[in-house]
Design a protein around this ligand. Structure first.
Ligand SMILES: Nc1nc2c(c(=O)[nH]1)N[C@H]1C(S)=C(S)[C@@H](COP(=O)(O)O)O[C@H]1N2
Ligand SMILES: [Mo]
Length: 429
């Protein structure tokens, strides 16, 4: 335990000394072909203003690009303290999201990188027959490692489309990525500890330091229903895309709770306490990761009693190529599109694209996922009738028939569940 406490204690200074460097150039020259401001999407005329991603609060300054070791310099900084950065949709064009392009979401201060990953200890206690303390080294040697490609998505993904604006990081669609995670199913370890009949919920703890620097407060401590914890896809992982899990993504060890808000996927995992009721740590109560039971008036204060925990994330599709604002030669008659789609605990049944503001739709070719919780890549070839300005819209439908709406609906104070159709603007000629 001492080793972890040291790691956490060192975190503050590390973060403070280097945080000045997180922001890259914000100059216009650095914007290159990125385009919101160059070619704005139709703001009105029947198109909900909430749709206009170019009008997100950060837009007037232009995007602020991340400068962080090992990270792509086109990631967009949404917050510096804590450090939060999203991946523009066009950077999610790989089947497996490379680590350098993977979004970053912290709630507190980064712990220093541990020098001895295999000695890192995880405790399982609470409503179990036998408390377990296991090191990462023992996890690797005692259990059979599995690798699965799965989407990790922030619970607030899509929040920027809410109107009026909702509280929190203004994610467009880039609070998501799909990586190969290697580790062991959490269920294996919980079985070894033996769940008591009273086991209802998990509570996750970690080594990152609270933003205030107060070591007695957990930064964020969420949990899930025991059924989700026992799902074989919920994993304790130590590798990402075949590499040791980087510190910025929770290395040496984290949880991956696929399909549910990313906040349940505790980074720098130190302890899981099994509880006999819904967990109430930071990030579990009031409006955090909760949506309204009875729909509320947009912008109202909201009554916490009318809110429930969000579990499966909603269906979403994005266009990953071309990029928003792409320009094509005059006379271009055909456009090849690529994209991704995913749907929380469900599969994606269908993806459609439109070039006429949704008046007509064309079915995209949808790939199968590698395994459950993988995203589904899709392609489409569009015919363009003339030169000119076009918007391309995409919408996905999940396996239960729910389709992405035109706008982020069911407003809630912290902006969860926003899964408006994605759209890009292109110019031909
Ligand atoms: N210990 C710890 N775990 C955490 C967080 C955090 O701040 N501290 N943030 C959570 C949130 S809100 C998200 S969306 C994911 C982001 O993971 P990433 O930074 O690897 O993309 O980590 C989750 N796990
Ligand atoms: Mo998140």
């Amino acid at each position: 335990m001492a080793q972890q406490a040291d790691d956490a204690a060192g975190g503050g200074s590390h973060f403070t000394t280097s945080r000045r460097g997180f922001l890259g150039s914000t100059g216009l020259a650095a914007m290159g072909a990125v385009v919101g401001s160059v070619m704005p999407l139709s703001p009105s005329g029947g198109i909900p203003a909430a749709h206009a991603q170019a009008a997100a609060p950060a837009a007037p300054k232009g995007p602020q690009y991340l400068k962080f070791p090992g990270k792509n310099d086109k990631l967009v900084v949404l917050g510096e303290k804590p450090l939060v950065a999203e991946t523009p949709e066009s950077l999610l064009d790989d089947d497996t999201t490379p680590i350098e392009k993977f979004f970053i979401r912290n709630n507190g201060q980064l712990p220093d990188e541990t020098k001895n990953p295999d000695a890192w200890k995880i405790t399982i206690d609470g409503e179990v027959d036998k408390k377990i303390e296991i090191t990462v080294g023992e996890l690797k040697s005692k259990y059979k490692a599995v690798t699965r490609r799965m989407v990790l998505e922030c619970g607030g993904n899509g929040r920027a489309a809410f109107s009026p604006p909702a509280r929190g990081n203004q994610w467009t669609n880039g609070g998501a990525g799909c990586a190969e995670w290697t580790g062991v199913p959490l269920a294996e370890v919980l079985k070894a500890a033996g769940l008591k009949k009273s086991a209802k919920y998990t509570a996750h703890y970690a080594a990152d330091l609270h933003l205030s620097g107060d070591a007695s407060k957990p930064t964020i401590s969420r949990g899930v229903r025991i059924e989700k914890a026992m799902d074989p896809n919920t994993m304790i992982v130590w590798a990402m895309n075949g590499q040791p899990l980087p510190n910025i993504h929770g290395g040496p060890v984290r949880l991956i709770v696929p399909g549910w808000p990313g906040s349940a996927s505790q980074k720098w995992l130190t302890k899981i306490t099994i509880r006999d009721k819904e967990h109430d740590g930071p990030g579990m109560t009031e409006f955090s990761y909760r949506t309204a039971i009875k729909p509320m008036v947009p912008g109202d204060k909201g009554d916490p009693a009318n809110f429930r925990i969000m579990e499966s994330m909603p269906v979403r599709s994005i266009i990953t190529s071309p990029a928003n604002g792409a320009k094509f030669a005059a006379g271009t008659k055909e456009l090849k599109l690529r994209g991704a789609s995913w749907a929380g605990d469900l599969a994606v049944r269908q993806v459609d694209v439109s070039t006429d503001f949704g008046a007509s739709w064309q079915r995209a070719k949808l790939e199968k996922p590698k395994n459950k919780y993988d995203w589904q890549r899709w392609t489409a070839t569009l015919k363009l009738p003339t030169d000119g300005y076009f918007e391309i819209w995409t919408r996905a439908t999940d396996s239960k028939g729910a389709m992405q709406p035109h706008l982020a609906g069911f407003w809630n104070p912290q902006g969860y569940g926003g899964n408006a159709m994605h759209r890009i603007a292109v110019l031909v000629g």
